[in-house]
Write a protein that binds this ligand. Structure first.
Ligand code: ZN
Length: 296
């Protein structure tokens, strides 16, 4: 189908583009090609009054970065690619190991044998799931030197990491750039999540003022983790992310959610904004400036 100058054809092109046709600009004209995968795939999501057609269009025009593609990141990326986010970048430097498979839902035994980096293997899987999403694997450790470049221009950052060194760095970079981010963490059967919007909500350093010595913090390596709690917290992060991306900020939790999947209990904690917070209060970005940063 070719559309030449009239406004009506431009309008028709926009509508076809919106429902999943592929648009190609040729000079002053537009060509619209039928895609084998149309907006039909989002039919049940479009029916939701929480999202609807306008929300779906906003998701398509959104870009996110997922830092870490382990348990949390593999599920967050799966959820968001299936939901139709326009552009998803996945940052991870690790390769897939056999012990990852009980919780990292994107990967299989073939990936372990293949020895690919997680972000590359994830991108290959996710492109097969939804070819309409632009997926960028970034094989890198997140560092004070590269994080601002990685996050530049994105609408949202989601936490798929397993350590606070990187989370404090994400917090600094996001507060400095004014990018919302969603913190998530799991341990054993328990998980937490907090949505952080610079200038509006408390930040990670309002909750935890300083990075604690690694020896004082139990980890999944020392006490283990139940795969299902990762799925739950990753789903909370992805849901909060979608609310943010479609402008439903009034529906955000705006509290720290603490959830134990084994006991089936959860609590919501009001977090106060710390007036003396180095990051969101004083604009001092210690971790971005490499101070106190031991590793990432
Ligand atoms: Zn703060």
């Amino acid at each position: 189908m070719f559309c030449y100058l009239p406004i009506s054809s431009e309008d028709a092109t926009n509508k076809l583009d919106f429902i999943g046709f592929l648009r190609e600009n040729i000079g002053e004209a537009s060509r619209v090609k039928n895609s084998s995968l149309t907006f039909e795939r989002y039919k049940k999501q479009l029916l939701l009054e929480e999202i609807g057609e306008e929300g779906q269009k906003m998701l398509k025009n959104s870009s996110v970065v997922i830092v870490g593609c382990g348990g949390l990141g593999s599920i967050i990326s799966n959820c968001l690619v299936r939901a139709g986010i326009g552009k998803v970048a996945i940052v991870d430097n690790d390769c897939i190991e056999l012990e990852n498979l009980h919780r990292q839902m994107l990967f299989d035994e073939g990936d372990v044998k293949g020895g690919l980096p997680k972000s590359v293997a994830a991108a290959e899987k996710l492109r097969k799931i939804n070819s309409q999403v632009q997926i960028e694997p970034i094989v890198a450790k997140v560092t004070p030197e590269n994080i601002e470049g990685i996050l530049k221009g994105v609408d949202l950052v989601l936490d798929g990491t397993d350590n606070f060194d990187v989370r404090f760095l994400i917090n600094d970079a996001c507060i400095k750039a004014g990018i919302p981010w969603i913190y998530g963490g799991v341990l054993a059967t328990h998980g937490v999540s907090l949505t952080i919007i610079p200038g509006e909500t408390p930040c990670l350093r309002c909750l935890i003022p300083e990075l604690q010595p690694a020896v004082d913090i139990p980890t999944c390596d020392s006490v283990g983790v139940l795969g299902m709690v990762i799925t739950a917290i990753a789903s909370i992060e992805a849901t909060e992310g979608i609310k943010l991306l479609i402008g439903k900020k009034d529906k955000l939790l705006r509290k720290l959610i603490s959830f134990d999947i084994w006991s089936g209990t959860y609590q919501l904690f009001e977090i106060e904004k710390a007036m003396d917070c180095p990051a969101c209060g004083k604009g001092r970005f210690d971790y971005l400036n490499k101070k106190n940063l031991k590793s990432s």
